[in-house]
Design a protein around this ligand. Structure first.
Ligand SMILES: *Cc1c(COP(=O)(O)O)cnc(C)c1O
Length: 413
């Protein structure tokens, strides 16, 4: 690594941070003593200072003093209220179509089953990308057995894996036999963005439904689910929405499908009248039908705080910051890591990326172990990838450079 390159990048980082209109919001996140660069905000977002206070107050007051009364006073409505907030702030979706329920895996299961249980006769195929996140693929394997559907795998035409699935990849596979297409919007490995409007239109033209996994999109990209005619979507709240470990996922089901697509896990929370204690199940008419049992109230509180912060920043400004962070990370890779033989495993064009980039080198398992010890925290991806997740509101350009510089130092050691 040349000193010139380092110095140049250092000046750049400083200039970019000084010009960053969202820089002051970084102070809203809880301090992280001993950590110099947190580059895994797309696996587990950092907590807000306000969340720590809110949770302490919650234990004392809403839970500790209001006790069971809090269910009536606020918690019963929380899954829909928070769902609507996510929809408004992040999804470009009208209210009444999004609800916060269980983990991403369970919400995925419910939505995929809802689509397939109610598929038209003769549509027995589900298309899913071979490179999709394991839980998405595993769930579908089980669902295919349960429903008698057949899985059709789609591969990216680009062998480097740095390109998302395209309509060209899907063209030979989408047919009158297709019931459902399940794709990630932002690839969890490369960060490549799939063309949501074009693919949704393509699936609809063939009479199929689409389910988008938004785990690596929500809170990082400006989404427009209603405008693009998306049928179903699911997304994490513990990544860019900072809900904390295990905070529940949201599910989106377009209003036109309410009453026809019914999820399979019947429970009292999804019933028409939760307190009727009826003899048998009648589903609630709206999005509440997606619920099954008592939701995890505590971890929903943190999500609300992060949504407030995103509202304050504004989604377009947040995306601008995200683009700046990944572009700077690529510059730093080019200056400091490419000369050491590190490969870029993400799209080179900024607008084709979500908020993370992945780089590859055979020594990265060893390097990551060393980095974690010294408080530089990226994500290691088997077999030789390091993922730099750049959470737009909590990450600085300086942090990106510190992380990349540390990677270069460990590689050279
Ligand atoms: C993080 C992630 C999940 C996580 O599922 P959980 O049920 O919350 O463990 C699922 N799908 C994708 C694409 C993810 O990135």
């Amino acid at each position: 690594m040349t000193t010139d390159a380092t110095l140049d990048l250092s000046h750049q980082a400083q200039a970019l941070d000084e010009a960053d209109p969202l820089a002051a919001l970084r102070n809203r996140f809880a301090p992280m003593p001993g950590v110099t660069a947190y580059l895994d905000g797309n696996s587990l977002g950092r907590p807000l200072v306000g969340t720590a206070e809110k949770l302490a107050d919650f234990v004392r007051h809403d839970w500790g003093t209001r006790l069971i009364r809090s269910w009536d006073e606020q918690w019963m409505a929380l899954p829909e209220k928070l769902g609507n907030h996510i929809a408004r702030t992040c999804l470009g979706a009208a209210s009444g179509q999004t609800i916060v329920a269980e983990s991403t895996s369970i919400v995925l299961y419910k939505l995929m089953r809802a689509a397939l249980d109610h598929r038209p006769a003769g549509r027995d195929e589900v298309i899913i990308e071979r490179g999709n996140f394991p839980t998405d693929r595993f769930l579908l394997e089980g669902i295919a057995q349960e429903t008698g559907c057949r899985i059709v795998w789609v591969d990216s035409g680009d062998a480097t894996g740095a390109t998302a699935i395209t309509t060209t990849d899907l063209e030979p596979l989408v047919s009158p036999a297709t019931a459902l297409v399940v794709l990630s919007h932002v690839d969890y490995r490369s960060g490549a963005i799939a063309d949501m409007p074009a693919i949704t239109t393509q699936a609809h033209a063939a009479g199929a439904l689409v389910l988008w996994d938004l785990c690596h999109s929500v809170g990082a990209l400006d989404l427009q689910l209603d405008t693009h005619g998306v049928d179903m979507a699911v997304g994490c709240t513990y990544k860019y929405l900072c809900g904390g470990p295990g905070s529940p996922a949201f599910g989106y089901l377009a209003e036109r499908h309410h009453g026809t697509l019914q999820q399979p896990i019947y429970g009292w929370w999804g019933a028409a009248d939760i307190f009727a204690m009826a003899d048998s199940y009648t589903p609630a008419p709206g999005i509440r039908q997606m619920l099954s049992g008592t939701p995890p109230v505590t971890s929903m509180l943190a999500v609300g705080d992060m949504l407030d912060l995103i509202d304050e920043a504004g989604m377009p400004a947040l995306r601008t910051k995200s683009l700046s962070l990944t572009a700077f990370a690529v510059d730093a890779w080019r200056g400091l890591l490419q000369p050491l033989g590190v490969r870029l495993l993400s799209p080179t064009e900024a607008d084709k990326r979500g908020s993370h980039i992945t780089i590859g080198h055979p020594d990265f398992r060893r390097v990551t172990a060393g980095l974690w010890q010294e408080g530089v925290i990226p994500d290691f991806r088997n077999p030789d990838g390091i993922r730099l997740g750049l959470s737009p509101l909590s990450t600085s350009h300086r942090e990106v450079l510190d992380g990349v510089t540390a990677i270069a130092r460990h590689l050279a050691a």
